[in-house]
Design a binder for this molecule. Structure first.
Ligand code: AMP
Ligand code: ZN
Length: 136
């Protein structure tokens, strides 16, 4: 992916504030942070988003997410932390190279990352669960 900015960042062609790097991932600080310490876990291989992420990368990803989250808590003494991962434009994805946001949260940080709760009913939930289960 010649024109992908996160390919270039992950592979070190563009400088970044790197927290961690191994052969599969680079973890950097977001340039426009939601809160102090907002980090991005970026695989070095190009995947558009979760829909084409490979299983090996997916498996390693959450182990790394836990490591970064615990380091952020220890280093920054945050009061909480959100993990956010956007897929496709409707869901807020703006950079089309898979990445996971690790966002430390602080009391009175003024952020609002949570969704507006909707409503449902048992029949709808049952049908939706069955439909998704069938697609596994
Ligand atoms: P998303 O909206 O989930 O695709 O997130 C993209 C994130 O990448 C945003 O939070 C941006 O602030 C961040 N971002 C974009 N370009 C850079 C860059 N060059 N270095 C660090 N973060 C970036
Ligand atoms: Zn890429």
């Amino acid at each position: 992916m010649n024109d992908c900015i996160f390919c270039k960042i992950a592979n070190g062609e563009i400088p970044s504030s790197t927290i961690y790097e191994d052969d599969k991932f680079r973890v950097i600080l977001d340039l426009s942070p939601a809160a102090a310490g907002h980090a991005l876990i970026i695989p070095k291989a190009h995947f558009r988003n979760i829909f084409d992420l490979d299983d090996a990368t997916a498996a390693d990803l959450f182990v790394l997410a836990k490591k970064i989250a615990c380091a952020a808590k220890k280093a920054l003494n945050c009061d909480g932390l959100n993990i956010v991962q956007n897929n496709e434009e409707i869901a807020g994805q703006t950079v089309f190279h898979f990445h996971m946001h690790i966002i430390p949260r602080y009391i009175n940080d003024g952020q609002s990352i949570l969704w507006k709760p909707g409503t449902s009913d048992p029949e709808t939930l049952k049908n939706l669960a069955a439909k998704i289960a069938e697609a596994l």
